[in-house]
Design a protein around this ligand. Structure first.
Ligand SMILES: Cc1cc2nc3c(=O)[nH]c(=O)nc-3n(C[C@H](O)[C@H](O)[C@H](O)COP(=O)(O)OP(=O)(O)OC[C@H]3O[C@@H](n4cnc5c(N)ncnc54)[C@H](O)[C@@H]3O)c2cc1C
Length: 339
């Protein structure tokens, strides 16, 4: 069990900045995110796109902003628990008990929900056998590509992830790229590359085909594809990879007894506390009159929520407002030397 002052749900830009604000005032935070990487929407949806409205940063990409935020929180040695969804929360005396999808337990007097639009989850195959073989032949993300070495793999999808992984895995495995349309949606360069690889006999492309069933007992033996004109085809394969994009689900957050307004959490704008003491909501997931779904608004919300967490984390101390320019204790926490 991990004890901390604040458990932050969501490693998007707003959750990260809240961690920095907590670090500055001397509170410890742990961050949990369902995704396999840090950065939320910025890294998942628009890593290469320019953002023009981060204060005092004329332009930066989603990835650039994430890197800078990570640099900014470095002094506080924040632990990130990725690939884990916060599943359950319950009250345990003065603490909240938080349990993740990997059964990790945290105890904290405060929770900051910076869950954006909910947890990102892969869009899955609709056929029933896909669930049976999930993580045992059927995958929606790749953690270690060496697992696929010398295997027969069918990759489904027409976007960048499907194309990029088809190109990458064709170097170590036998790849068939299957898409339900004849045209791919991914970057032109990737489409050209997969077509070239097909000509060089380094991978196969099957369009327009969809999967209709998966056959096998303990592991996948074959899959059946169906084309638009009703023709079916059986293919021997070891693995099936689906890259159909992500869906955003509010997920378990909806089950925690928090007030909700159209899938958003109402908060008071003094502390960003929800209807439950010690649970705060900031960033895209919170709502209040005049709310703007902008990163800069989320940063302000994180600064206020962090100060509000102090009360429950240090009940016998009085919070003192300080500037980073002049505060010795903040400089110590930041690891900077006073001149
Ligand atoms: C294409 C695009 C362009 C944009 N451009 C701009 C712009 O120019 N300027 C601007 O200010 N804003 C822009 N935005 C909006 C901006 O990205 C969001 O306001 C911002 O990402 C919100 O940050 P957040 O940290 O609140 O949430 P998110 O970035 O959504 O991060 C939330 C994280 O919480 C995780 N999570 C949710 N539930 C759970 C759970 N139960 N357990 C574990 N983890 C969970 C999710 O996996 C996610 O990683 C843009 C958005 C898009 C889609």
């Amino acid at each position: 069990m991990i004890k901390t002052d604040v458990l932050i749900i969501g490693a998007g830009p707003v959750g990260m900045f809240a961690a920095q604000q907590l670090g500055l005032i001397g509170l410890k935070a742990e961050v949990v995110d369902n995704l396999d990487k840090i950065g939320g929407q910025c890294i998942e949806l628009y890593p290469d796109k320019p953002i023009y409205d981060i204060p005092a940063v004329p332009v930066c990409t989603g990835e650039g902003l994430t890197k800078n935020l990570l640099e900014q929180i470095k002094p506080f040695k924040i632990n990130f628990h990725l690939n884990e969804r916060v599943q359950e929360i319950s009250k345990d005396k003065n603490n909240w008990k938080i349990v993740t999808s990997k059964n990790k337990t945290f105890m904290a007097p405060n929770i900051i929900i910076a869950g954006g639009v909910g947890s990102f989850e892969p869009r899955k195959f609709l056929i029933k056998e896909a669930e049976k073989f999930e993580n045992n032949g059927v995958f929606y993300s790749i953690k270690d590509k060496t697992y696929f070495k010398n295997k027969k793999i069918c990759i489904f999808g027409g976007g960048d992830s499907a194309l990029d992984w088809a190109i990458e895995l064709s170097k170590i495995a036998k790849v068939i790229l299957v898409h339900r349309r004849t045209e791919f949606r991914g970057a032109e360069q990737s489409v050209t590359t997969v077509k070239r690889l097909e000509k060089e006999d380094k991978l196969k492309i099957k369009t327009p085909f969809q999967i209709v069933s998966i056959e096998g007992q303990d592991k996948i033996k074959t899959i059946t594809l169906k084309s638009d004109d009703g023709k079916t085809e059986k293919i021997t394969t070891d693995c099936v990879l689906g890259f159909f994009g992500l869906i955003m689900k509010l997920g378990p957050i909806a089950e925690w007894g928090l007030n909700l307004e159209k899938k958003h959490i109402p908060v008071n704008t003094e502390s960003f506390q929800t209807n439950k003491e010690g649970i705060f909501a900031i960033g895209d997931i919170c709502t209040y009159p005049g709310k703007l779904k902008l990163i800069l608004s989320g940063f302000h919300e994180g600064a206020l929520a962090a100060r509000a967490c102090f009360k429950l984390a240090r009940p016998n101390e009085k919070y003192r407002f300080e500037f980073t320019t002049t505060s010795k204790s903040m400089h110590e926490r930041l690891g900077v030397k006073n001149k």
